[in-house]
Design a protein around this ligand. Structure first.
Ligand code: ZN
Length: 500
């Protein structure tokens, strides 16, 4: 590194030296002594947050979940591309501060612009990222961002917070004392969609990953602005009506570019002689673009396992098509799979596949698969009173949430109370998380409920404030199918454009 250079040179010059040389030597040594501590002191120091897992357990969790992930994803499995990515990834990971995790980098054969990292080291980059990046520094920026999520242990930090908030104390005690990560995951999996809790980051986590990612780029002699430039570019695409999957798990933090530029200033400004591109990147990008387009993701990959084991509850609807059509009502416009149908009028809308509505046994049509969109008007009196009462401003125990989020959470809680009146066994399994919908602050909550098909279902509730009231979307599927539908649900949510 830089700071060794002047010292080494000084060592060579020990011995009888002339006056001017002595002066030059003093200057070099002074610079060597003073400059590096200043630069170190100015960089933002980041540390992982509270965690009930050990670093070793992060590695075990990541290995276990990566097996499941690789069964569900289409991996590119191309040695040339994986080698290139691993060389680049290892170079960057070598600059990550803190615990040294066994990083692994793999390419997913998916043209959607997305990337994710699992605890303890596995990093997955969609081929769409390589195809969309303008240069190696931008690709390095995405990888550095993912490495930062691992180094800062964001996945298990979130799982820790969620389980502390949700699991009964007995289980929590077992978790903390348990040596078996498999058992721990099984317990978590009983209550939550494990994968999504490990992967959906808060905006604070995003800002941290941006800051550390910038440091890693800088320390690896890449153009430190490249990561933010890439995110800015795909954000423009997202806002231009082509939803970008990356933002589904990595919500866009506020002031992204300003934060990155601030950190570059902290590091002492743009580095001289930084790298932006390599011929190797151009070759790999050209090669990846020439590979055949992956087959459509219209069906879940494990189509042969557990397809018709519905416990005699009748046949499942067709899987969501990967072609979408657009629907609009008074509140919003959104896309849905073209083999689903939208019903309703005014503010209320139900979008469901054929066979997604079933008789609940009392002659009522109940939604088993699909999404409900509607407006809920919180009771002003109760709402106002609650805001004065204890707990105001504390959200759901997460401490630093802003007032607007606390308001949104309280209105959401009121809606959940209302829903419970007609769904007695409904309960919250994953508390409020801040997300963004079409640029507006929104809250994501996961609920578990009796399915009208028997067994349990997952309800993914997304709420946001509108002048008309609380706009909510409830995405629903039986537990056994929820993961297979989640991607379609996410794509629907990211396609939402609010009528303003
Ligand atoms: Zn991120």
């Amino acid at each position: 590194m830089d700071r060794k250079y002047p010292r080494d040179r000084a060592a060579h010059r020990v011995g009888p030296v002339g006056q001017s040389l002595r002066w030059a030597l003093t200057l070099v040594m002074t610079w060597a002594l003073v400059w590096p501590p200043l630069a170190q002191a100015d960089r933002t120091q980041l540390k992982p947050g509270w965690n009930m897992f050990s670093a070793q357990q992060d590695i075990e969790v990541g290995q276990q979940v990566s097996k499941e992930a690789e069964q569900q994803l289409r991996m590119l499995n191309d040695r040339r591309v994986d080698n290139y990515l691993n060389n680049l990834g290892r170079k960057l990971a070598g600059k990550a501060p803190g615990e040294k995790y066994p990083y692994q980098f793999k390419v997913v054969n998916d043209r959607a612009i997305n990337a994710f990292a699992l605890p303890g080291g596995p990093v997955y980059i969609n081929r769409g990222i390589i195809e969309a990046a303008d240069n190696e520094a931008q690709l390095a920026g995405v990888i550095a961002h993912e490495i930062s999520h691992v180094a800062l242990r964001h996945g298990t930090n979130q799982a820790s917070k969620a389980s502390a908030a949700q699991l009964p104390l007995a289980i929590l005690g077992g978790l903390l004392g348990s040596n078996s990560v498999g058992a721990t995951l099984a317990q978590l999996g009983a209550s939550f969609a494990v994968n999504s809790i490990l992967l959906k980051y808060s905006r604070t986590a995003e800002t941290q990953a941006d800051t550390m990612g910038t440091q890693i780029l800088y320390d690896s002699s890449y153009d430190a602005r490249a990561m933010a430039q890439f995110f800015e570019k795909i954000q423009a695409q997202d806002q231009g009506g082509q939803p970008v999957e990356f933002f589904s798990n990595h919500p866009n933090p506020d002031n992204r570019i300003q934060n990155v530029n601030q950190e570059i200033d902290n590091l002492g400004g743009a580095r001289r002689g930084y790298n932006t591109n390599s011929r190797e990147f151009d070759d790999i990008k050209r090669y990846v673009r020439s590979l055949p387009t992956p087959p459509a993701q219209g069906q879940p990959l494990q189509a042969d396992s557990g397809r018709n084991d519905g416990g005699g509850q009748g046949s499942r609807p067709e899987w969501p098509s990967n072609r979408s059509v657009s629907v609009e009502n008074s509140l919003l416009r959104m896309n849905h799979p073209d083999n689903w149908q939208a019903y309703g009028q005014g503010d209320a809308m139900t979008i469901t596949p054929r066979g997604g509505m079933v008789d609940d046994g009392n002659g009522n049509q109940a939604l088993a698969y699909g999404v409900i969109v509607n407006i809920y008007e919180p009771h002003q009196d109760r709402y106002g009173q609650q805001l004065q009462g204890p707990g105001y401003g504390q959200g759901s125990g997460q401490g630093s949430r802003q007032d607007s989020h606390a308001l949104l959470d309280q209105a959401t809680d009121q809606l959940i109370q209302e829903l419970r009146q007609s769904n007695r066994n409904m309960r919250v399994v994953r508390p409020h998380e801040d997300i963004s919908v079409n640029g507006s602050a929104a809250t994501s909550t996961y609920l578990s409920n009796d399915s009208p098909l028997g067994g349990r279902e997952t309800n993914w509730l997304v709420t946001l404030q509108r002048p008309e009231g609380l706009l909510f979307l409830v995405f629903t599927a039986p537990d056994r199918d929820f993961q297979s539908y989640e991607r379609a649900f996410q794509q629907m949510l990211y396609s939402v454009r609010i009528n303003r």
